[in-house]
Design a binder for this molecule. Structure first.
Ligand code: GDP
Ligand code: MG
Length: 789
């Protein structure tokens, strides 16, 4: 890479700039994905950066660049070379709008595959999902937290009698194919070739948002731009000449307020127009990169007329994915030679590496265009808009306590509020089971229905209120912008175990239920981080383990219930941390966890979005997990039910069933932990879902299914004795048992989620790893405690 050898005497590194400093970017060091991301976020030569504040634990640091606030660790900021803001830099890309070039696009047949398709593309938090929900009325997650939408969602709308499919794609800052989101959007645009792209641009942060637009423009797909957050823009007092801007960018621009639907009919109509125009031969506007780069693109275009300008430019940038496409044709060598030669020429001319040159040129185009049409309100300091709350929420002394308080409130309300509907559902399920039992003749079918299916599905339903409430709160925290602050505050702690602050959110959800927590890891950009988080989330003690804890704690630790309960949660967290460190030091060592996290402005969350989110998560839980747990509970029921023998009590029946035999078979393995075969059976059935542990114990000890309030089971556990007349349970055995329940085998639903998100290999690893850990911890605890007993 070429050095920019000006001003070397005054060059410093960004991490050394004190809070409050305003500096100018000279260069970003290094190479690869992280550097590219910094450039894309606006860290180009000459850009002004303000140091806002240190996180409460001193690392990371909040910076303002363009109109956005982002978080960088000190080690990451050390990659950015800066100079004083009033210092002159040589070779700064000029903010010139060179105009656009044109590509003639032949007649398209939008109905070729019988659907008209419009893809929503835009930065995270620009309001894509709000617009999507408004247009389609669909139940889709909206979040003010980077990358909440990682899957695409499809919905439909009808305009002028035409039915159009609208696709909500994940938010991206760019289309460089470095993150899963970018890869997804890029592949989608390439393979599904939508008939038009609706690019959502945050009017409050046009400079960075339009950077993505420059990439879209080069793809030669009909383009319409929705200028969102128009309400905020108008309130700011800025002026914008939309007509002129449409002309400069060569695409129709429509101001909208996605949250309340203003301007949306106009923008949909514009999409339809764009599609209809593409049915005839039309001209598509592209960014004009100036003589030298345009000349290069023209040479490559002549060799590969089938590829669009976006891809050809990527070839010039030496992008791996683009080169793969080049290598598919016979003239691969020739294309590569031209690209290499021209790349060197450009780098020499601009005295900088190619990735910086192209990014600079794109930002130059955007700034040049904006300079002609955008007049900021000189009387208003917009830099603080939407960030005032941070004075408290990320305050050096208050940040952490407020975070803990909020989390405590969320969980407290989740469980206290959830307890009421939980009870109604419980009695409802019980009543329904009894009713079915009363109208059906005795027999296998009735038992299957009542004890297998109704009890099994009821077991899932009981957690629905908790899940709904938890997600309601999480949605509020996400939509408001607080979740990114939570990640900012805890990043330093998470870094200790080799993860990024963003992993905090899945862990948090994990205390409610592991399944949505594992799904939530999709917001992590780095696959290594995702795997580690997925594998450690099950150690967070989910609410399904609570019935077993409550039963055992109330039976054997009456004096200090809270403390014992809390110690279990702590053990879970410690094991998760230990595992994360272990994994990041061994099998998952290499990648770096660098990435730029945006701290979006605070926005008032809407009840509507929170309700939509809550419902979408709730139904997801019911659909996906309902089926898995249904099948699992039927299997568990069958293992405990067969083979049948006449004249047995229910206890004897279970004892002689396949499940009972399995429990007795594994008794030697669990004996060193202080367990008898009944506990072995409970642990086996609990593999389906951990709340089943208690009901199994109920059947084995009292002949009836039980929940945590069942006094008869509690008394039975306190008094039951073995053949030698010794008490089976004592505090040591109970605690050893709870440790095992906490740590062993995540339930089948969680494993299904692990398989889907991380693959079969990791699912199998998880089964063995967690069970081994559980056994070891219980073993060490039990044996040591018995020594000092
Ligand atoms: P996405 O990440 O692009 O899908 O963006 P979302 O639809 O999740 O929106 C991010 C945040 O911006 C949410 O808090 C929305 O409520 C808010 N928002 C969306 N559209 C508008 C708008 O037009 N005006 C204002 N003021 N806020 C909006
Ligand atoms: Mg979204």
């Amino acid at each position: 890479m070429k050095e920019n050898n000006d001003n070397t005497h005054s060059v410093r590194l960004l991490d050394a700039a004190p809070v409050g400093a305003v500096v100018k970017v000279a260069r970003v060091r290094g190479s690869g994905a992280f550097r590219q991301r910094l450039l894309e976020m606006g860290f180009v030569r000459g850009a002004v950066v303000t140091v806002i504040k240190n996180a409460p634990l001193q690392d990371p640091v909040e910076y303002r660049i363009l109109a956005s606030h982002i978080s960088l660790r000190h080690s990451e900021a050390a990659q950015v070379e800066v100079v004083d803001v009033d210092e002159e830099l040589k070779n700064v890309a000029e903010d010139v709008y060179n105009g656009t070039t044109q590509t003639v696009v032949g007649e398209q047949d939008p109905m070729a595959d019988n659907v008209l398709r419009v893809a929503l593309v835009g930065n995270p938090n620009c309001g894509k999902t709000s617009l999507f929900n408004f247009v389609t009325g669909a139940r889709e997650k909206v979040g003010n937290y980077g990358g909440v939408t990682v899957d695409s969602k499809e919905g439909y709308f009808t305009i002028d009698g035409k039915r159009i499919e609208l696709v909500d794609l994940p938010g991206t800052y760019s289309l460089t194919e470095y993150t899963p989101e970018e890869m997804y959007v890029r592949t989608y645009l390439r393979d599904k070739h939508p008939d038009a792209i609706l690019n959502i641009v945050d009017a409050g942060n046009m400079e960075r948002n339009l950077y993505l637009t420059t990439q879209i423009m080069d793809m030669n797909i009909p383009l319409v731009i929705a200028l969102n957050m128009w309400d905020e823009f108008e309130a700011s007092g800025d002026k914008l000449d939309i007509e002129a801007m449409s002309r400069l960018l060569g695409a129709e621009i429509v101001p909208v307020t996605a949250r309340d639907g203003k301007g949306i009919p106009t923008v949909l109509k514009a999409c339809l127009n764009a599609i209809e125009q593409s049915e005839h031969e039309s001209t598509h506007k592209n960014v004009n990169y100036g003589l030298m780069v345009e000349n290069t693109i023209a040479q490559l275009e002549a060799l590969r007329p089938d590829l669009n300008r976006y891809t050809l430019l990527k070839v010039v940038e030496n992008d791996r994915h683009a080169l793969e496409l080049i290598d598919q044709a016979d003239n691969a060598r020739e294309v590569r030679e031209v690209a290499d030669r021209e790349r060197r020429k450009i780098e020499r001319e601009f005295n900088d590496d190619i990735v910086s040159v192209i990014t600079d040129l794109k930002y130059g185009f955007v700034r040049g265009a904006l300079a002609e049409v955008h007049t900021p309100n000189p009387n208003r300091d917009k830099t603080k808009m939407g960030y005032a709350q941070d004075a408290v929420l990320t305050n050096r002394w208050l940040g952490l306590p407020v975070l803990f308080l909020l989390m405590w409130l969320v969980f407290q309300s989740t469980f206290t509020l959830g307890a009421y509907p939980q009870q109604w559902i419980e009695s409802g399920v019980e009543w329904f089971g009894q009713w079915v039992a009363s109208i059906m003749p005795n027999g296998v079918l009735r038992d299957l229905l009542v004890d297998g299916i109704i009890a099994g599905v009821g077991g899932v339903l009981v957690f629905l209120p908790n899940i709904l409430i938890l997600f309601f709160f999480i949605s509020l925290l996400e939509d408001s912008g607080y979740m990114a602050r939570a990640a900012f505050i805890v990043d330093r702690i998470m870094h200790r175990v080799g993860l990024h602050g963003k992993s905090f959110i899945p862990y948090l959800i994990g205390f409610g239920c592991g399944v949505p927590a594992i799904m939530a890891t999709r917001t992590l950009e780095n696959r290594r981080d995702r795997i580690i988080t997925i594998l450690t989330v099950p150690f967070m003690s989910c609410s399904a383990r609570l019935p077993a804890y409550l039963l055992l704690v109330s039976a054997f630790f009456a004096a200090n219930q809270g403390l014992v309960l809390m110690s279990l949660y702590v053990v879970g967290i410690v094991m998760a941390a230990f595992t994360a460190i272990l994994l990041s030091k061994t099998v998952l060592k290499h990648d770096h966890t660098q990435f730029v996290m945006e701290l979006p402005p605070y926005r008032t969350p809407t009840a509507r979005n929170a309700a939509i989110h809550m419902w979408s998560k709730g139904s997801q839980y019911l659909r996906k997990m309902g089926t898995v747990i249904l099948v699992a509970s039927i299997i568990v029921w069958a293992l405990g039910y067969f083979p049948r023998h006449e004249g047995q009590t229910q206890q004897e029946q279970v004892e002689n069933s396949y499940m009972g035999r399995m429990g007795k078979a594994i008794e030697p393995a669990v004996k060193p932990l202080g367990f008898n075969w009944q506990m072995g059976v409970s642990v086996l059935t609990g593999a389906a879902a951990k709340e089943i542990v208690v009901s199994t114990m109920g059947v084995l000890y009292t002949g009836e299914t039980a929940d945590e309030e069942s006094t008869s089971l509690k008394q039975k556990l306190q008094t039951v004795t073995d053949e030698q007349g010794q008490h089976v349970f004592n505090p040591i055995v109970a605690y050893s048992f709870m440790l095992f329940i906490l740590l062993y085998f995540p339930c089948i639903a969680a494993l299904t989620a692990i398989k889907r998100e991380a693959g079969t290999k990791w699912m199998i690893f998880e089964i063995f790893y967690t069970t081994a850990v559980a056994w070891l911890v219980s073993f060490v605890f039990y044996q040591t405690a018995m020594l000092f007993h």
